[in-house]
Design a binder for this molecule. Structure first.
Ligand SMILES: *Cc1c(COP(=O)(O)O)cnc(C)c1O
Length: 388
């Protein structure tokens, strides 16, 4: 009997359901910078990546509206055809200035950026060494490249060095891939050590700073989080988190950017980012450059929460509370929702099996009293879990 796509989907969904891994969307009305409405209920969100609340910033919204009035709702074509509206040059200049690089290239999203950048620089006969906790789209780009992909234990520089010693010599090029700030754990990659290993072993280092830009290194991202700017030749990121907009980018030397504009398929064969998204990101970058105190606020809020719960001092606005089991994470999330807090449970395959968790993200505009109440509720919930 032939199986229809519908029957196939039913079977798959039932299996996922049995493992508590089925996903469902929930309409979420983000009606102000920290509050949302879901199923008619008002909740304080501790799970947006809008760290600086710039998606709701009046100046950012006005910039987007003016861009629509001036350039229209969409780019109209890929950038190499007619979609390269004038805001792109300004936005790429501003990104390069923020990161201290010669140039930058903007993509349709961060996911697309990783799918484009990685295969532009490595392919068959090359080696990719990637942190085991790197974001899904880094792994997707790595797979797509056709290079040999090996993972190293999370932030384990001895393991990376061993792989470089054992395997580097057998490949033409070697690319080391890591998140700058890890999206599900909130820790920083040890970039000085990574840069030194890359230099010693003739490898290229690429960082994904989706969760770093705007919130660490004085707002300039993870390459600035360790003192003077570190040389990271390929710095990728997104406009969709602290910048409050949408789109992806890479900051790098001019020729690197030119090669990407010439060869990266998601850049060439996908429509340019809408003018409103580019204008919003540009305005957000201005705010980030002018207001280092704002950029420091999310990590300070996260630190207050961690202090209240005796958790380690956070390195970013992301704080994980690992509960292990999918059901425990879901139950804790529901209990927090009952108390008026929105904190999503993060489950495999987004995180490794057995590490289902609550993932809290803090933003500049979270109220200190709300953070204290949240910490109190979490303490109530997790003490019985820990005692089991
Ligand atoms: C969110 C995220 C991305 C994807 O960026 P989008 O612009 O949302 O596609 C890439 N890498 C990391 C580490 C992320 O957290």
């Amino acid at each position: 009997m032939a199986q229809s796509p519908t029957d196939y989907a039913k079977e798959k969904l039932a299996a996922l359901e049995a493992r508590a891994q089925r996903r469902a969307l929930q309409a979420t009305d983000r009606f102000d910078s920290v509050r949302v409405r879901r199923s008619g209920r008002e909740l304080i969100s501790f799970c947006c990546n809008d760290y600086l609340n710039l998606s709701a910033h009046p100046g950012v919204k006005d910039a987007a509206k003016s861009a629509i009035d001036r350039y229209g709702a969409g780019a109209g074509a890929s950038r190499l055809v007619t979609g390269d509206h004038p805001l792109f040059a300004e936005l790429e200049r501003a990104l390069a200035d923020l990161k201290g690089t010669e140039d930058a290239v903007v993509f349709g999203s961060g996911y697309l950026a990783n799918l484009g950048i990685i295969p532009t620089f490595v392919g068959e006969g090359d080696l990719i060494l990637v942190d085991e906790l790197a974001h899904a789209c880094i792994n997707a780009g790595a797979q797509l490249s056709g290079a040999t992909v090996m993972r190293f234990a999370h932030n384990d520089m001895a393991a990376l060095e061993q792989s470089l010693r054992d395997y580097r010599g057998a490949f033409a090029h070697c690319l080391i891939l890591t998140d700058g700030v890890f999206s599900m754990d909130g820790d920083l990659a040890p970039l000085p050590a990574l840069a030194a290993l890359a230099a010693d072993h003739d490898a290229w280092l690429m960082t994904d700073d989706a969760h770093g830009v705007g919130v660490v290194g004085g707002g300039r991202g993870s390459s600035f989080a360790f003192g003077p700017r570190l040389h990271v030749p390929l710095q990728m990121g997104t406009l969709s988190k602290a910048l409050g907009s949408y789109g992806g980018y890479i900051c790098a030397d001019r020729e690197v950017c030119d090669l990407i504009r010439t060869r990266a398929r998601p850049f060439i064969y996908s429509t340019g980012l809408p003018p409103a998204s580019a204008a919003a990101a540009l305005e957000a970058l201005k705010i980030i450059r002018e207001d280092p105190d704002l950029c420091g606020a999310p990590v300070q809020k996260a630190a207050a929460f961690c202090k209240a719960l005796n958790l380690p001092t956070p390195q970013s606005p992301i704080v994980p509370l690992i509960l292990g089991d999918e059901r425990a994470a879901l139950a804790a999330s529901l209990a927090l929702e009952d108390a008026g807090f929105l904190v999503t449970a993060i489950r495999p395959p987004t995180v490794p099996a057995g590490t289902a968790r609550l993932r809290f993200t803090f933003t500049a505009e979270h109220d200190d009293g709300d953070i204290a109440r949240l910490a109190g509720k979490v303490r109530e919930l997790t003490i019985p879990v820990a005692a089991e």
